[in-house]
Each structure stands twice: as structure tokens, then as C-alpha cells.
Design a protein around this ligand. Structure first.
Ligand SMILES: [Zn+2]
Length: 167
């Protein structure tokens, strides 16, 4: 058996615009230790799905920020830096452009970074909630370990597993 996991991005009209390979899972004979996903496989699939969903969401948000909302003039691009976002399903590195403010309105600064301003905490509320909740129940070290995402699959696993090449 071979199962491919993909993320399909659709337009507002429902047409697929982009397909991302997430993983390819192969299994041979059905055995108790080969049925379903391992915890590491599930975490990795979720991490890669999270990366694609967030990247698409960020891309669409930044498209709405590329022009001045007052006069419609395209904003000048000053540069790009990286924003790190911690989520329940992994740490993400996101490209974050910096724009010059349009001169049609007064602004306290000459430039701004819409993504950095939109995600000031650099972590999702769900992750912060669980970190706080778990920290009240166990040590910080155990909390960090339990909430971390393992990037690599256990090499001793008898299951065949590969990650998408487009990641
Ligand atoms: Zn303007």
C-alpha cells in the first residue's frame, strides 16, 4: 500500500491552484506494529501541513498589504527579514517584507512590517495556552519536550516513510 498526503490550495472559486506533496507512506503486510501512523509520522505530517497552510495564509495577507489602503498606491518595498512563529505543530520561519508608508497620510515611522505587526507574540494563542496549562502541571523541561515536534522519523521503525520533495 502506498499513500500520498498532499495539500491542495484552492482559489476562491474552488479551483485548485497549487498542490504540495507532504508525505508518501508505504506499508507492506498488515501487522499490529505497521497499522496506521506512528506518533512521529503524525507529528511530521501535521508540521508540514501547518507550514503550507501558514505560508499560504501569510502570502494572501501580505497581498492585501502591498498597496496603501487610503489612495491605492503600491507601497515601496524596503527589504525582507524572517519572522519565526512558534505553533503547536512546529516552529515556522516566514518571510516578512518591510514596506515604506505611503506619503498620503502621516505616520510615526517611515517603514513598517505588516507581518511582524500582525503576529507580535511570535506564537499562536493555542500553543501559549497549552504551555501555560502544562507548566502548571509539570516542569518546564517536560512541557517543552512534550510540546516539541520531532522532525525526524525513528530510523528503527519497520515502516517505510518519506517526506515530500517539495518541502
Ligand atoms: Zn496613500
Amino acid at each position: 500500500m502506498k499513500v500520498r498526503v498532499q495539500v491542495v490550495i484552492e482559489s476562491a472559486a474552488g479551483e485548485p491552484t497549487d498542490v504540495h506533496e507532504i508525505a508518501c507512506i508505504q506499508r507492506d503486510e498488515l501487522q499490529p506494529d505497521t497499522v496506521g501512523l506512528t506518533l512521529d509520522e503524525a507529528k511530521t505530517v501535521l508540521e508540514r501541513i501547518q507550514q503550507r497552510i501558514v505560508e499560504q495564509h501569510v502570502t494572501e495577507y501580505l497581498q492585501t498589504q502591498s498597496c496603501c489602503p487610503h489612495c491605492g498606491t503600491k507601497r515601496y518595498h524596503k527589504g525582507t527579514h524572517t519572522v519565526r512563529l512558534r505553533t503547536l505543530f512546529g516552529k515556522l520561519r516566514l518571510k516578512s517584507p518591510r514596506f515604506y508608508h505611503c506619503q498620503c497620510q502621516p505616520h510615526p515611522t517611515r517603514t513598517f512590517s505588516p507581518l511582524a505587526e500582525r503576529l507580535p507574540e511570535r506564537s499562536t494563542p493555542e500553543l501559549r495556552y497549552l504551555e501555560t496549562k502544562w507548566a502548571s502541571l509539570m516542569s518546564y523541561g517536560m512541557t517543552a519536550k512534550e510540546l516539541s515536534i520531532n522532525k525526524w522519523i525513528n530510523r528503527n521503525s519497520s515502516r517505510e516513510w518519506s517526506l515530500g520533495s517539495s518541502i
